[in-house]
Design a protein around this ligand. Structure first.
Ligand code: AGP
Length: 609
C-alpha cells in the first residue's frame, strides 16, 4: 500500500514531507515524490527507487521552496515502477496535483472518457485519472470540485490534493483507504498513518469514509460526503513509533492477518464486472489458446506451493483441465513433460524467489506459456511472464505470509472459473453463485478474525508442545500443509501435515497419548472419512482439535475441541479454514516468545537456491 504525507504551515514543507516519507518507508514502496505549492505554482519532483534518490534530486528539499505540499511513497498496482508512474500526478493544465493510496476500479472507463475529450496521459496509473477529473470538474470551489470528482470514482482511495488556485489550502479525501489529519502549532498534516507525523504531533482527526478535509495553516475544516461541515473528535495518539508502524498491533503478522478481508476485497472486486463476468486484466489468453492447453503446471515454493495444491483441486474440478502442481526446486531438476501445449502457472508473493524463477525459465525454455500470480509489481517473475495477475495485498512485511497467501487463493478461484467460463464448462447460475460467495468471503473471514481471543486462549495450550500434526482430505489436506508451515516456521514447534487417509500407512506410529492433532474437516462430502481418521488418532490417545463448518455437531462428539467456521462455496473453504490456523500459529509463537515477524533462519524472499 502507498504512503501519503501532506503539510501546510509556517515552515518549508519539502524537508518535512521527505522526513514523513522516510517514516512511511516501512510500508514498502518502489518510488517516491513530492509536490510543493508556492505563489500559486505547483512544482513536482518524483523518481523510481529509494527515497534517497528523490532526496538527492532535490538537495534534501532545500531546492524546493514553499510551505504547503504533499508527498507519496508508491507501492505499484497499475503500471510498473517508473518515474512517470510515480506520484504526485498532475492535471492537464498542471493546476491540480494529487497523491493516492488505493485502487480505482473503474479507472479504465474514466480514462477512455477523458481521452475521448482530448486528455493526454503521462502515466499508466489509475491515479492520474483523478487529477484530470479534478480539472474537468473544476467549479472554482475546491470542496465542490472534489465532491463532484469522487462521485465518479469506484474503488478505494485516500487522496492528497493541491490546487494552484487555492494556494493557502491542501485537501484530502478518505474512502476505504486509511487517512488521518494531524494538527500542530506549526501547521497541519495529512498522512496515511500516524508514524509520519509523530515527530510533530500526536493530535489527530481519524477521517471516516466519504469525508473531505480542507487544511489551512491555522485551521482544518472537515466535511461529510454530502458536503456538510462536521465536527470531528480530536484524538491523542499514545502509541510508540514502533507500535504505530504496526497499526497498533503487536506484530506485522497479526496486522496482516487482520488486513485479509480488505486485501481480498481489493484483489477480487476490480475483477468481477457489473455484468457478473470475470475480468482478468493482464491476461491475453484467448479462448482458442485456452482450448489448446493439454495441461496446467503450477510451480511455486512454500506457502505459494500450498496455494498451488488448492489450485489443482479447484481448477481440475471447475475447468476440467489436468493440473500438475510441483515444488519449483523439484520441477526444475526433473525432466518435466512441458511444451507449447502447457500453461505454466507461477505463484510467488515476492516475485523474486530463485527456485521459482528458475522453474519459470525452465518452463519457458520448453515452449510453455507462463502466467504468474505475483504481489510485487514489476518483480523479476512478473517481468519474465507472458501474463501476470497481481494480488493487491499491499506490502507484506512479516516473513510468514498470510494476506498474500489468501489473495493468491482468490485469484486461483477466479482463474479457475474464468477458464471454465471461456471453455463453456460452467453454467451461468453456478458462476453467479460462486462469484457472489467470493464477494462475500471478506465478511466471512472477518467473523473468524473477531474470534481471535478464543483462538489465542486455545493456542496457549500448544506452546508447550514439541510436536503437532495437521490432517485433512482433499482441500483440507491442502490447508493442512499451510497450517503446519505457519505453526512451525514462527513457533519452532515441529509440525507435520498429512493426508488424513495416508496416516495409517506409517506416520500413525508417532501418535501417542497427548499428541496434538488438528483435523481439518471442512470438505463436507468427505467428513465421515475424516471422522474415521479422527477416531484412529483418538484411539491412540491424541488430543484432537477439529475445524469444521458451523452446524456440524457430529464433530463435537469426536474431537476434544472444535473450532466452527462459517460456510462458503465448498471450493472456497480453504480461504475460511486457513484463518484460524494462521491465528493458531501466531498465538502459539507469541506464547513461546518467538521473534514472530523475523523467524530464525528465514528470509522474506529466498533469492538463493
Ligand atoms: C511462507 O510463510 C514462507 N515465508 C515461505 O514459504 C514463502 O511462501 C516461500 O518462500 C515463497 O515465497 P514467494 O511467495 O515470495 O515466492
Amino acid at each position: 500500500m502507498c504512503g501519503i504525507i501532506g503539510f501546510i504551515g509556517g515552515e518549508q514543507a519539502a524537508p518535512i514531507l521527505l522526513g514523513g516519507l522516510k517514516k512511511l518507508e516501512y510500508r514498502g514502496y518502489d518510488s517516491a515524490g513530492i509536490a510543493i505549492l508556492e505563489n500559486g505554482q505547483i512544482d513536482i519532483a518524483k523518481s523510481k527507487g529509494r527515497l534517497e534518490i528523490l532526496y538527492d534530486k532535490i538537495d534534501g528539499g532545500r531546492s524546493f521552496h514553499g510551505t504547503a505540499g504533499i508527498g507519496h511513497t508508491r507501492w505499484a498496482t497499475h503500471g510498473e515502477p517508473s518515474d512517470a508512474n510515480s506520484h504526485p500526478h498532475r492535471s492537464r493544465s498542471g493546476k491540480f496535483a494529487i497523491v493516492h493510496n488505493g485502487i480505482i476500479e473503474n479507472y479504465a472507463t474514466l480514462k477512455a472518457q477523458l481521452q475521448d475529450k482530448g486528455c493526454e496521459f503521462a502515466s499508466e496509473t489509475d491515479t492520474e485519472v483523478i487529477a484530470h477529473l479534478l480539472e474537468q470538474n473544476d467549479t472554482g470551489d475546491l470542496l465542490e470540485t472534489i465532491r463532484r470528482t469522487v462521485a465518479q470514482l469506484e474503488g478505494s482511495y485516500a487522496l492528497g490534493i493541491l490546487s494552484e488556485e487555492h494556494p493557502d489550502e491542501i485537501a484530502c479525501v478518505r474512502c476505504a483507504s486509511p487517512l488521518i489529519v494531524a494538527l500542530s502549532d506549526g501547521g497541519n498534516f495529512i498522512a496515511s498513518d500516524v508514524t509520519a507525523v509523530l515527530p510533530y504531533t500526536r493530535h489527530i482527526y481519524q477521517l471516516d469514509d466519504g469525508e473531505i478535509a480542507l487544511l489551512r495553516r491555522d485551521d482544518v475544516t472537515v466535511y461529510n460526503a454530502e458536503g456538510r461541515r462536521i465536527e470531528k473528535e480530536l484524538k491523542t495518539i499514545t502509541w510508540s513509533v514502533a507500535a504505530a508502524e504496526k497499526g497498533g498491533y503487536e506484530h506485522f503478522m497479526l496486522k496482516e492477518i487482520m488486513e485479509q478481508p480488505q486485501a481480498i476485497s481489493a484483489t477480487i472486486s476490480p475483477r468481477i464486472g457489473n455484468d457478473g463476468r470475470i475480468v482478468l486484466d493482464g491476461i491475453s489468453l484467448t479462448k482458442e489458446e485456452l482450448k489448446a492447453f493439454h495441461r496446467i503446471f503450477i510451480l511455486a515454493c512454500g506457502s505459494a506451493y500450498h496455494v498451488g495444491v488448492v489450485g489443482k483441486y479447484v481448477i481440475e474440478e471447475v475447468a476440467r483441465i489436468p493440473v500438475e502442481v510441483d515444488i519449483a526446486s523439484e520441477f526444475r531438476y526433473r525432466m518435466p513433460l512441458v511444451d507449447e501445449r502447457s500453461l505454466v502457472l507461477i505463484i510467488s508473493q515476492s516475485g523474486e524467489t530463485a527456485d521459482t524463477l528458475a522453474a519459470l525459465r525452465e518452463a519457458k525454455s520448453r515452449g510453455a506459456r507462463v502466467l504468474s500470480i505475483v504481489n510485487v509489481v514489476g518483480s523479476t517473475i512478473a517481468s519474465e511472464s507472458d501474463d501476470v495477475l497481481y494480488t493487491w495485498a499491499g506490502p507484506e512485511i512479516s516473513v510468514a505470509t498470510t494476506k498474500a497467501y489468501s489473495t493468491q487463493l482468490t485469484l486461483i478461484y477466479l482463474l479457475a472459473f474464468y477458464i471454465a467460463d471461456a471453455l463453456g464448462r460452467v453454467d451461468t447460475l453456478t458462476l453467479r453463485h460462486a462469484l457472489n460467495e467470493l464477494i462475500a468471503l471478506p465478511d466471512q473471514i472477518q467473523k473468524i478474525l473477531d474470534q481471535a481471543p478464543q483462538i489465542e486462549q486455545f493456542a496457549q495450550r500448544l506452546c508447550y508442545l514439541d510436536h503437532a500434526y495437521f490432517i485433512g482430505r482433499n482441500l483440507d489436506y491442502a490447508v493442512a500443509l499451510e497450517a503446519s508451515l505457519k505453526l512451525k516456521e514462527i513457533s519452532y514447534i515441529h509440525s507435520e501435515a498429512y493426508a488424513a487417509g495416508e496416516l495409517k500407512h506409517g506416520t500413525i506410529s508417532l501418535i501417542e497419548p497427548g499428541t496434538f492433532v488438528a483435523a481439518l474437516a471442512c470438505c463436507e462430502r468427505l467428513f465421515d472419512k475424516t471422522v474415521s481418521n479422527i477416531r484412529e488418532v483418538k484411539a491412540r490417545g491424541a488430543q484432537v482439535l477439529c475445524v469444521t463448518q458451523q452446524g456440524n455437531e457430529a464433530a463435537a462428539q469426536q474431537a476434544d475441541h472444535v473450532f466452527y467456521v462459517p460456510r462458503t462455496y465448498p471450493l472456497f473453504m480453504p480461504s475460511i479454514e486457513v484463518v484460524p490456523m494462521q491465528l493458531l500459529g501466531y498465538y502459539a509463537a507469541k506464547a513461546r516468545g518467538c521473534d514472530i515477524d523475523k523467524p530464525r533462519n528465514l528470509a522474506k524472499s529466498v533469492t538463493v537456491e
